[in-house]
Design a protein around this ligand. Structure first.
Ligand SMILES: NC(=O)c1ncn([C@@H]2O[C@H](COP(=O)(O)O)[C@@H](O)[C@H]2O)c1NC=O
Length: 206
């Protein structure tokens, strides 16, 4: 089955995979503390505005991280930095940018994971393990908190659905997402938020 791009979001952990029929010559690269999807040097030139973007960004001083399939990742992270609740940062940014105006009305998908011990104003030692997933499609805006790994994709599986995903590290998340049995895997990224901050990992094609 071809489901396009997808995120899996669970407590403290998230994964993002690019699957692509049309633009397979792409990779994930690390730039400072964020991960970016970009064409490989041998990729044919394209003016498609949706194929290069930050797919993982730490936010809120390393207390949380954002994953997603397009330019909405940036405003979500920036709103978290400003102190917005994850639900609001997702909903506002997804709605503002809306689905992609391409031949497929491709949805935007995204997730926010938190994992660090909460800071000022919270009980000592209290851990924030909240996770949120969201998508904006032509017919819907869906944002919800999740307590178990949950997947949403651009095509077919385009409503957040519980998903069996037991990776425990960023590296395992990237590898497991890449290896999932959905067609046209191109590259993947994983992120884990723990007490030591945000850990990221990249899995590019073989
Ligand atoms: N985020 C991405 O990596 C991405 N890759 C392709 N798209 C969009 O989706 C359309 C279909 O791509 P494909 O045939 O590879 O599934 C492309 O024309 C492009 O507008 C993307 N946009 C959203 O997923």
């Amino acid at each position: 089955m071809y489901i396009g791009r997808f995120v899996v979001v669970g407590p403290e952990l998230a994964a993002y995979r690019v699957s692509s029929r049309s633009f397979p010559n792409r990779q994930v690269v690390a730039r400072d503390d964020q991960l970016t999807v970009t064409p490989t040097p041998d990729a044919p030139e394209s003016d498609n505005p949706y194929i290069s973007y930050n797919c993982v960004r730490p936010a809120d001083g390393g207390q949380s991280a954002v994953v997603g399939n397009g330019s909405h990742v940036d405003p979500i992270a920036e709103k978290l930095d400003l102190g917005y609740p994850a639900r609001d940062a997702l909903a506002e940014s997804l709605l503002a940018l809306d689905y992609e105006k391409d031949d497929y009305d491709t949805p935007r998908v995204a997730g926010v994971v938190a994992g660090r011990t909460a800071g000022e104003g919270s009980e000592a030692g209290e851990r924030d393990r909240s996770a949120y997933i969201g998508t904006v499609r032509k017919d819907a805006l869906l944002v919800r908190e999740v307590s178990e790994p949950t997947l949403v994709a651009t095509y077919e599986l385009d409503t957040p659905t519980d998903f069996d995903f037991d990776a425990a590290t960023a590296t395992a998340a990237a590898d497991d997402a890449y290896e999932l049995d959905f067609e046209h895997a191109v590259c993947a990224a994983g992120v884990r938020v723990g007490d030591d901050g945000v850990e990221t990992a990249i899995r590019n094609g073989d």
